[in-house]
Write a protein that binds this ligand. Sequence first.
Ligand code: SF4
Ligand code: SF4
Length: 368
Amino acid sequence: MKKSAVYFTTFRTTYTENRTQKLQRLLKRAGIESIDFRHKLVAIKMHFGERGNLAFIRPNYARAVVELVKSLGGKPFLTDCNTLYVGGRGNTVDHLETADLNGFTPLTVGCHVIIADGLKGMDEVLVPVPNGKYVKEAKIGRTIMEADVLLTLTHFKGHEAMGIGGAVKNIGMGCGSRGGKLEMHSDGKPYVDPETCIGCGMCLKVCAHGALAMASRKMTINRGVCAGCGRCVGVCPKGALMPQWGEQGFSVLDYKTAEYALAVVTGRPHFHISLISDVSPNCDCHAENDAAVVPDIGMLASFDPVALDLACADLCQRAPRLHGTVLDEVEEDGDLFDSIHPTTHWRDAMEHAVEIGLGSDRYDLITI
Ligand code: SF4
Ligand code: SF4
């Protein structure tokens, strides 16, 4: 397989170039200017961080990307899709408020923030997956699919389900609508946790398929009738309706996420940026971020999201491990991310992504 180029620079600065300027230089060196941005709507997919989390990428970096895209004639906007879980990003109103709280406003980032899958995570486009083995049609947030160009700006870190939270996860899982996220996490149909359900009946009101029924003040679901739309998941105040995490094992989640990512990028220009800073053990979806497990390493960019993730993971593996962190509480083996989340298999997503043609597992790291 052909090697992909991944461009890298550290966070070191000089008196004449600050970090955001250095990021812009990195992106130019990595070839972003070869994309025709003129008059194009440019989705910059990122994660605005859950409320309370402080590990997400600072808005200042997003502004640097936005300004560069504008200087090249593009019309950028920052975007993400709503979450499955109950939290600060489960619908567009909460999501935009959370983005505001974390500093992502038009004033700070220089462009609009648009949540891609509508008010309740239902506004999706069915996108065929080329070579899809687990998913034939990915359910992707409409706004992301309508954009002419896709850029991703990813905080590289650990992840509780995928081992690593990198570009492939940002694209695949992150661009899925509520129904899409359900499909990646399980067979697309939720389960009711009877311990958590308080019998409020909210979910019953929104199910258009008659799949829900109350019995002894607990909701029950007829999975034979359920259409997997995810609407009930979004309204449950207790988070009692959820995919069965790990039902098919995290590897299937990895494979489906890679297939979703392929659906998102196929057929239009795309380019990916990752920052290895505040490498927390878990996703920015967590309302807290535990201490970083390796020192801040640097900024990377590539046209290949798989090679980019592999380069980020390799740099983290080679970095000194920080103690006084979760690493003191786990059994460390050779792989940093497997040590933190032993039930995950981050390489499975990478291997499947290579197999289906999303990217290469061979790369040249070009340091500037
Ligand atoms: S996922 Fe949709 S169809 Fe299934 S129970 Fe929930 S609301 Fe009804
Ligand atoms: S919305 Fe949630 S808590 Fe309320 S009945 Fe449905 S599953 Fe139970």
